[in-house]
Design a protein around this ligand. Sequence first.
Ligand SMILES: Nc1ncnc2c1ncn2[C@@H]1O[C@H](COP(=O)(O)OP(=O)(O)OP(=O)(O)O)[C@@H](O)[C@H]1O
Length: 234
Amino acid sequence: MSLLSLSDIRFRWPNATHDALQIDSLDVQANERVFLYGPSGCGKSTLLSLIVGVVAPQSGKLEMLGQSLAELSSAKRDQFRADHIGYVFQQFNLLPYLSVLQNVTLACQFSKTRTAKAIKRSGTVAQEARRLLNQLQLPGELIDSPVNELSIGQQQRVAAARALIGSPELIIADEPTSALDKVNRQRFMELLLTEIEHAGSSLIMVSHDEQLLEHFQKDIHLPSLNKAVQHGLD
Ligand SMILES: Nc1ncnc2c1ncn2[C@@H]1O[C@H](COP(=O)(O)OP(=O)(O)OP(=O)(O)O)[C@@H](O)[C@H]1O
């Protein structure tokens, strides 16, 4: 089943003289894990922004779960994202003064769909947050601490739990392991992938670390896909 499908996409940043993205076709299937890579500036973050709807293409079609996102009102699009996409970004976007538990459960406050899935899995949203944090090996005594008192590696686990809670169909991760050393990177990836598999989610992950490729079924070298790069940006 197709989860995400892009066709004939053209995207240009405001005031830019060239397109940042020209993509004829890109499909991601349900349960698929996609590794997106390529040199700095080839459009990886731009493509993620497009997929999550932070920016809209000037032309082309983007469908998720059979729904064309451009056809939704902006409020409905926000709701669609909250229901179906979990994010782990480089700068984790955690709310510093909220506790670990509050940061994780926040993802469900904006989505009845994810709340229902979390309750189905563990009885309550808080219990599901605890289960995920435990699976991701965050020490239990930190659960009520403000996240700004955690190490970077610990914050990464909180961000992962927040993305995973309520099993959204798509997890988007932008360099989620960049602040971790080699041992912790492998471990974090294994934990993340185990939970993604349990949830039945798809993953699109951007990374410069090609050692992580082994964890993925599909890899996309963006400069090969993105004709804006092939045409050369001077
Ligand atoms: N917010 C923005 N406004 C204008 N131009 C932007 C913006 N973000 C990115 N760009 C431009 O779009 C192009 C692609 O950048 P993008 O950040 O998507 O590349 P990337 O592959 O993610 O790079 P990196 O690996 O360095 O993060 C670049 O030419 C960049 O200057």
